[in-house]
Design a binder for this molecule. Sequence first.
Ligand SMILES: [Zn+2]
Length: 292
Amino acid sequence: MMQTEISSCPACQQQLQQGIQPWHRKCRHCSYEGSTLLVDIDVQGDREVLDEALREEGLGDLRQRNFRVLAAEVAARFPDSGGTRPRLLDVGCAHGWFLEATAGHFDVLGIEPDARVAQSAGERGLPVRRGFFPDVLQADERFDVIIFNDVMEHIPDIVSAMQACAHHLSTGGIVVVNAPARTGLLYRVSQAMAALGLPASFDRMWQKGFPSPHVHYLDDASMHLIGARAGLKLVSVRTLPSLSVKGLYARIRYDRTVSAAKAMAVTFILGVAAPALRVLPADIKVWTLRAT
Ligand SMILES: [Zn+2]
């Protein structure tokens, strides 16, 4: 187990206050929100906490689609010059889908701490190093793109992670952070429900009780400040769709404590609400930063 207690705001460095739940932290001086939830990744590969097959199915449809959008966008920033291919590092690459989506354009490398996930990606021929960023990199390794897909919100020392990015970036390189947004509709609804004494969806948004809970909920202002502390400038922000009805049932069910009946009910309600959610504040944001 890794202790994740953070007492000062990673964005503005002021003291954090307790938020809605005992483990929830808020900054009074800026909009940053964090948690003291414990990260417990299966680095040895000897436990089965969640159903990996269901998890893959649940996240598959939407993630693959978002990955294709992101891959095309990142590739467009580094046009093919006919010379050496640009290098891309995917931190927390999981099953390697983003590596597959970008391998046609970039010289790719993945890092994955979960032993079994890293092994299964490696067995499919993907270049994946097992371990943590930046420990498994050589000091002189440089990348044109360092991307975090649903990863940065799990890294307790986010400032050190961003500083490591700045160190490992090539000249003109970019850091891409794809993560849940504090300003998203689902997060705000869950927050309002928690304030009314119904904390279940708030706990779920933070992935409380999961092996790798969220330790940050980021927004444009906190990304700007955290980036600046690492010498990186926030250059663009975009949103991605967060809801795919097709994968929703499996996604809800992959935490085995949710019954099939309840999962079906939630899937139905969110399925009906899906068209409305597209025009409301996005739950997933992609922040792109560049060395100053
Ligand atoms: Zn702050």
